[in-house]
Design a binder for this molecule. Structure first.
Ligand code: WTA
Length: 651
């Protein structure tokens, strides 16, 4: 078998190790046994609306909802008729208890500067910035685009939008000006928020400069707020650009949270799909808020005195749900670190955990693979005994990396929660619970209460136990996406058309004899590079937009650190294959999409191998990219004719 994805699956299938929840974790856990988990899941299964309706009592309601769910497939409305406010639930709700003076955010910048914001302080900042937004003409339903470093002001800006019913669209600060402009245009963003620059490995990323270029092509954006973070020189356009600190100096700290309809859009977050155009995933207030809160509490077994650190950037869904909305609505203390894990050296994370006594640590498999590569000494020289629960997200974790995480970081005593979910799902869907679920390295184990996955074949029929198939969800859940921004048709087609009546996640999975789920990778042309979703077509379109490129195919190949690395094959209509053009093309993709999508390898081909119907034979290119078949010197033209013919003859 030469399919690298199939190969990964084989190793996973032979995994037989299992780890029961440590007794000392179960002893104090909110959900403390497999039976307690099952009872909760059964309760939700028996009457999902009663289950979610009861939990919704944990949010603040300006007006109670009349109905838990209105489901007109594929459109859901949760907590119909109710009025709430996400910013209220994250802030005001904690101000009349001892949480008022508890740290909400404990932040450390890459250069080592630190800040602590209590719930009261965060509330004040959010109210002030909400007033700034109003002053700038932003109101309910207006879209605010953010391109920021990982600083407290990013969380402040999100909560301020939520407070007045504005819709935020965060664009990860690794994207290019083209990508910002596309997203701003699609969302018809009215306001841009950015910073002069951000720190990354001791260097400054010129965020404002990138935004300046984007705003040339973002006619809907009228104004831009600029946070001073690094103090680097930026150009400020009179009448359009305003300094954050100047606006804040004038702003009143009084701003009541607006009573907003449950289904008020909260944010748009763009993610890659299987076509070239990124999808603006839409989430709305009440259902998302409740789902982020409950899943945070269940999965991390959060206790009042814990310090919780999720290393994700707020530019991704993990940062939205598990840096900002989930933990803050649960009244947690959230640790945030701005910079790179290997600055000033590879021990930065472990030094942070030791110094702040972090209890819950949530990161990505790609980071874990980098830690392994950097060597155990960075880890073993630190006291990590404060850690109690470890989590992973973004892609499957291979069992050996799981074992390393368990032993070296967790000291063999911390349960690992391998959390499966998506931008679309809003929150974690499948995961072990630290005090309840025996874990198996490489499996995201079982669905959370209220979540009903199934595995079906291409006809939509359930597969036999143990067989792989498409992962679908049988029922709506409060955190689910409400659509694709401005594209109802695509929403229907993408998620609800292939398997009628069920949500199609786009992943393959299998369920073992214990009812444990094992994710087997994407079913579409989406790559997972360092935990980030990239669409092959997006990268190909960027390449083909280069004047010398005739045709391009992007494929993933296994990579020790990033999970998948991007290899592109191009045919040329002008120019000469070689190092110079290779770098030019890499740079071109970087400019078009951003550094996240920059190809790791560029290979030149005379022709691309195609099926008789003209489809590029990606499977074959994947084999070539991963080195399982070689075709001569990769610096010159590769000729796939022979290989393609061989492959056709095989069928
Ligand atoms: C993959 C990230 C295996 C999966 C929250 C999914 C995973 C896509 C896991 C969503 C996991 C995420 N095990 N695969 N624990 N978590 N994935 O939208 O393919 O950036 O469909 O959301 O990442 O990526 P997204």
């Amino acid at each position: 078998m030469t399919d690298p994805h199939a190969g990964q699956l084989d190793t996973v299938m032979h995994e037989a190790r299992s780890f029961p929840p440590p007794p000392e974790v179960s002893a104090r856990a909110h959900i403390n046994s497999p039976e307690a988990y099952q009872a909760l899941w059964d309760e939700a299964h028996a009457d999902p609306e009663a289950f979610w309706g009861k939990l919704a009592g944990e949010l603040h309601w300006f007006r109670p909802f009349d109905k838990v769910l209105e489901w007109e497939e594929p459109f859901a409305k949760w907590f119909v008729g109710g009025q709430t406010n996400v910013s209220y639930n994250c802030l005001d709700a904690h101000l009349d208890s001892a949480r008022r003076n508890k740290a909400a955010l404990i932040w450390e910048g890459e250069p080592g500067d630190t800040r602590v914001l209590t719930y009261q302080m965060l509330h004040t900042e959010v109210c002030k910035f909400a007033n700034v937004l109003k002053e700038l003409g932003v109101g309910e339903g207006d879209v605010v685009s953010l391109y920021m470093p990982l600083v407290p002001e990013l969380a402040i800006a999100l909560l301020a939008c939520a407070r007045i019913g504005a819709v935020h669209s965060v664009i990860f600060a690794g994207f290019s000006s083209e990508a910002i402009a596309d997203r701003n245009h699609d969302a018809q963003a009215k306001l841009q928020i950015t910073a002069d620059a951000g720190w990354r490995r001791g260097k400054m990323l010129p965020l404002k400069e990138t935004v300046d270029a984007a705003l040339e092509k973002s006619p809907s954006v009228q104004k831009c707020v600029v946070l001073r973070r690094t103090g680097s020189e930026v150009s400020m356009r009179e009448g359009r650009d305003f300094w954050w600190h100047e606006l804040m100096a004038q702003a009143s700290p009084q701003c009541e949270a607006a009573p907003l309809d449950s289904e008020t859009p909260l944010f748009i977050l763009y993610t890659s799909g299987s076509t070239g155009k990124p999808k603006g995933i839409k989430h709305t207030a009440a259902g998302y808020n409740l789902y982020a809160k409950k899943t945070f509490e269940w999965v991390f077994d959060y206790h009042e005195e814990d310090l919780y650190w999720c290393t994700a950037d707020i530019g991704w869904i993990t940062g939205h749900s598990y840096v900002v909305y989930g933990p803050l609505s649960a009244g947690a203390s959230v640790f945030m670190y701005e910079g790179a894990p290997n600055w000033p050296n590879e021990g930065r994370f472990w030094e942070i955990i030791e110094r702040y006594r972090v209890n819950i640590f949530y990161t990505a498999p790609t980071a874990i693979r980098a830690f392994i590569k950097w060597g155990d000494d960075w880890v073993t020289s630190r006291d990590l005994s404060s850690l109690r629960v470890l989590g992973t997200v973004g892609e499957g974790i291979n069992p050996e990396a799981w074992m390393w995480y368990h032993e070296k970081i967790g000291g063999g005593r911390c349960p690992i929660v391998d959390t499966w979910w998506q931008t679309e799902t809003g929150g974690i869907m499948m995961s072990p619970l630290p005090g309840a679920t025996p874990t198996k390295p490489g499996s995201c184990t079982k669905p959370l209460p209220g979540i009903e996955p199934a595995i079906v074949d291409v006809q939509g029929q359930p597969v036999k136990p143990g067989n792989g198939g498409w992962l679908v969800m049988e029922r709506p859940w409060p955190g689910m996406l409400r659509g694709i921004w401005g594209d109802e048709q695509r929403y229907r087609e993408q998620y609800w058309s292939k398997v009628p009546g069920k949500y199609l996640a786009g992943d393959n999975a299998r369920r073992d004899e214990d009812g444990y789920y094992w994710i087997m990778g994407r079913i579409d042309d989406v790559l997972n590079v360092a935990g980030h979703r990239l669409s092959t077509i997006e990268i190909e379109s960027a390449l083909v937009s280069h004047p010398k490129v005739a045709e391009a195919a992007a494929v993933g190949r296994p990579d020790d650190i990033k999970g998948e690395a991007v290899t592109v094959f191009v045919t040329l209509k002008a120019g000469t294959p070689g190092e110079e053009l290779r770098n030019e093309l890499k740079q071109h993709v970087r400019e078009q999409i951003g550094a996240v999508a920059q190809p790791d390898d560029v290979r030149f081909a005379a022709t691309l191998p195609k099926t008789r119907s003209g489809k590029i034979m990606r499977r074959l290119l994947r084999d070539v990219a991963s080195g399982s078949e070689t075709v001569g010197d990769t610096t010159t033209l590769e000729d796939f004719n022979v290989l393609a013919k061989l492959r056709r003859d095989e069928k």
